[in-house]
Design a protein around this ligand. Structure first.
Ligand SMILES: Nc1ncnc2c1ncn2[C@@H]1O[C@H](COP(=O)(O)OP(=O)(O)OP(=O)(O)O)[C@@H](O)[C@H]1O
Length: 744
């Protein structure tokens, strides 16, 4: 039995629905079975394989007084469908909260920065004029160019799909119109407005990026697609929302490994991933080769003739996947803005590869012709309001043919306008043909590659619309919100996610959204619910075993071990000149000691807050940290081997000013996730009498901090303050037993 779902009905009964089907469609209401109504939704049984047709015909029509949305759905059970809607409505609301938060932050930035500063940051464009470009489906089209004719636009982040705000003098007025960018060239940005105001057709305009809306829109679209999913995607969705259990599967036996170095846990994860019919999770604690393992999954799938969409939340992580694939001589195409792709990988972007496609060259040729025609067109009068006087294009052409004047406009002017319009028709035709050829070139190119690498967000771009992949692989899946991961998933039938839910979750700006669980990732939810669908990698290739051990005990049920290539490596291998160390720092910097806790409890080293800041800084601690760095450099350590990290922005800022050394990174813990260095110095910063440790409480932040160092980890902090939290107390106890505690 097939079904359709009608939404947005308002107090109507089965009779109204049958009446609408009879009146608005050519389908016989007799084929309708049971009608189940709940609130504004109706679930309708349809016989005779007509559900798709009926949904199409009834969608947007009136049932009683209300205009309804109708879709055919792949489920037998209304309750299940309600669960799907609850899930998607909840996530759509959280996405909206986050979007509104970002909008508020933009407003704040507009308030505090000058227009010039925002233009330099790529977030605004000044000195624009607007020109009416007629109406389109999306609303009134307005094209914005620099006031000086022919001046190109500055580099800007504003791109197609973004919401922009147009202002004249005051960007903070609440009734400034907002529109969506529909086209962007080097010289102009065209945006569509629902409610434009007349000033936007003038000069002296400023365009501000209002919200980077496109990603939020794509998340919501992905959720809508899940509501409507059929087949394998519907099954995946049902598992995600909890109305269906995962499909049991056996590991796939792999005959030949592409990467001969994989360890047993990595091989097991690959076999389980390949064997799964719906999804599998590769749980990779720090340095255990998550990406290495995901790459083997991709290579095996390729060998099986499967198409693969490989994504991650950040451009850097996507580049990393592509880099691994290229290293292993695999072909892949990178979809994404070339400006956001690592320079050495640019030649593998769609933008770059497409240039070699003959249809693309043809398309460019047509574009060139169109631009030439545009120049030619400049000679003629543009049919603007002043000369147009309400006359339509066809009217103008008609009058021109008869050589007539009209409404006070001379016959000559009408001739000129008619010529302008004719050239415009040619231009539009050329552009249309050029677009068509370009689209074909893109499709042919994407068809020719087995693997497409892109960010989660760009997986929702038009370029990939309607494309299906046998396998979707998402790296860093624990750093992306659930709707973000759903964007690539809507293209797939099966999904492999790699991540680590014991490290930091995605950043969520809106507090309410965070409280309502927006930080809980799809990976984490599934990992906790279906432990059988998770393979943990258990050998790490980064840390000395003493650096690793606390994290292993605390966060991975003692499941980690250090590969023999790293388990005993220390700074002694770097052959530093220890005579260069100050005496008072000798115990701390001792190259043979991998883990040191530097206790500031006896120092006068209290934290403080900058005016108006919610962050913290600790100048005394910063002084000691920068001394340690100076000593290490003096002893011959490379700046690129050292990183200083702190959980607090203000402390990072303070340290960064004190330690001004090229190639030596000073970063927040959150900004250093996924990275590693030979030596890591952590400045915990908190030191107060009330045992307040703020967001150090999220022990996943501690886990990330402690697992960045390969050979030496120095943690600087006030034991009295931080050990008020049990995990920190256990850490200090651990260092007492297995490392070295030095009191300053
Ligand atoms: N089986 C292996 N044998 C030797 N080296 C390996 C193996 N697996 C991974 N590595 C190495 O370990 C390092 C980390 O690998 P990879 O980048 O895949 O890890 P990850 O888990 O994705 O890292 P992160 O924790 O930073 O996200 C790399 O240098 C990689 O070459």
């Amino acid at each position: 039995m097939e079904h359709i779902l009608i939404t947005e009905i308002d107090n109507q009964g089965p009779g109204d629905i049958l009446g609408a089907i009879g009146g608005e469609t050519d389908i016989d209401p007799a084929i309708i079975g049971n009608i189940d109504i709940n609130g504004s939704k109706a679930f309708v049984e349809v016989n005779g394989k007509k559900a798709t047709k009926l949904a199409k015909q009834l969608d947007g029509k009136k049932v009683g007084q209300s205009r309804v949305s109708v879709r055919d759905v792949d489920t037998e059970n209304f309750e299940d469908l309600e669960t799907v809607f609850e899930y998607s409505d909840r996530l759509k609301q959280l996405v909206e909260l986050e979007r509104e938060q970002e909008m508020r932050e933009h407003e704040e930035s507009i308030r505090t920065l000058s227009g010039q500063q925002r233009e330099a940051d790529g977030k605004a464009i000044l000195h624009l004029r607007g020109r009416d470009e007629g109406n389109a489906l999306e609303g009134k089209l307005v094209k914005f160019m620099r006031q000086h004719k022919g001046e190109p636009l500055p580099e800007t982040e504003i791109s197609v799909g973004d919401l922009v705000m147009i202002s004249h003098r005051d960007p903070l007025l609440s009734d400034n119109p907002t529109g969506t960018v529909v086209q962007k060239t080097n010289y102009s940005i065209t945006a569509a407005f629902d409610q434009p105001r007349s000033f936007i057709f003038g000069k002296g305009l400023r365009m501000d990026l209002y919200v980077n809306d496109i990603t939020y829109q794509r998340m919501k679209d992905a959720l809508t697609q899940l509501e409507e999913a059929k087949g394998a995607l519907a099954e995946l969705r049902n598992i995600f929302v909890g109305i269906q259990a995962p499909i049991p599967s056996d590991d796939k036996e792999v005959e030949e490994w592409f990467n001969g170095d994989l360890n047993e846990s990595q091989k097991k994860a690959v076999s389980a991933s390949l064997g799964a019919d719906d999804f599998h999770l590769i749980h990779g604690p720090p340095g255990t080769g998550k990406t290495t393992t995901a790459i083997e999954v991709i290579e095996q799938a390729m060998a099986d003739g499967k198409s693969v969409l490989a994504t991650a939340a950040s451009n850097t992580a996507v580049d990393n996947i592509l880099d691994f694939l290229l290293d292993r001589s695999k072909e892949a195409v990178r979809v994404g803005h070339p400006a956001r792709v690592t320079p050495k990988l640019k030649e593998h972007t769609l933008d770059s590869l497409i240039k070699e496609h003959p249809k693309f060259s043809q398309s460019e040729e047509l574009r060139k012709q169109a631009f030439e025609k545009k120049e030619e067109q400049e000679e003629f009068t543009h049919p603007s309001g002043k000369y147009r006087r309400g006359m339509s294009n066809s009217k103008i052409k008609e009058l021109a043919e008869d050589g007539r004047s009209s409404r006070g406009v001379s016959a000559d002017k009408i001739q000129e306008m008619a010529q302008w319009i004719e050239i415009q028709d040619d231009i539009e035709e050329l552009f249309e043909e050029a677009d068509q050829l370009r689209e074909e070139a893109v499709d042919e190119l994407l068809d020719s590659k087995q693997v497409i690498c892109t960010t989660n967000s760009t997986a929702g771009s038009e370029l990939l619309e309607g494309r299906h992949f046998d396998l979707v692989v998402i790296d860093e899946a624990t750093q992306a919100t659930e709707p973000s991961c759903l964007i690539p998933i809507t293209h797939g039938r099966k999904v492999i996610m790699a991540g680590d839910h014991r490290q930091l979750p995605p950043t969520v700006k809106n507090r309410k959204a965070a409280e309502q669980g927006f930080k809980e990732t799809l990976f984490e939810r599934l990992a906790e619910k279906y432990s059988g669908k998770r393979s943990m990698l258990d050998i790490q290739y980064r840390m000395h075993e003493k650096i690793m051990d606390f994290s292993s005990r605390q966060f991975y049920e003692e499941g980690l071990s250090a590969d023999e290539s790293v388990n005993t490596h220390t700074l002694t291998d770097l052959q530093l000149d220890i005579n260069a160390f100050d005496n008072e720092l000798m115990d701390i910097l001792d190259p043979a000691e991998p883990v040191v806790f530097v206790d500031t409890v006896q120092l006068d080293a209290a934290e403080r807050s900058r005016q108006g800041s919610t962050s913290k800084e600790n100048p005394e601690e910063a002084l000691w940290v920068s001394n340690m760095v100076d000593n290490l450099l003096r002893a011959g350590a490379y700046p690129s081997d050292i990183a200083v990290i702190s959980p607090y922005d203000d402390q990072v800022d303070l340290l960064d000013r004190k330690i001004d050394v090229e190639d030596l990174e000073v970063k927040t813990v959150d900004g250093f996730q996924g990275r590693e260095k030979e030596v890591i110095i952590i400045s915990l910063t908190r030191s107060n009498k009330d045992d307040q440790i703020g967001f150090l409480k999220d022990v996943r932040r501690l886990n990330v901090s402690l697992t960045r160092a390969k050979r030496k980890l120095i943690v600087v902090g006030d034991s009295a303050t931080v050990t008020s939290h049990e995990t920190y107390r256990e850490f200090v106890d651990y260092v007492k037993s297995w490392g070295r505690v030095v009191r300053l």
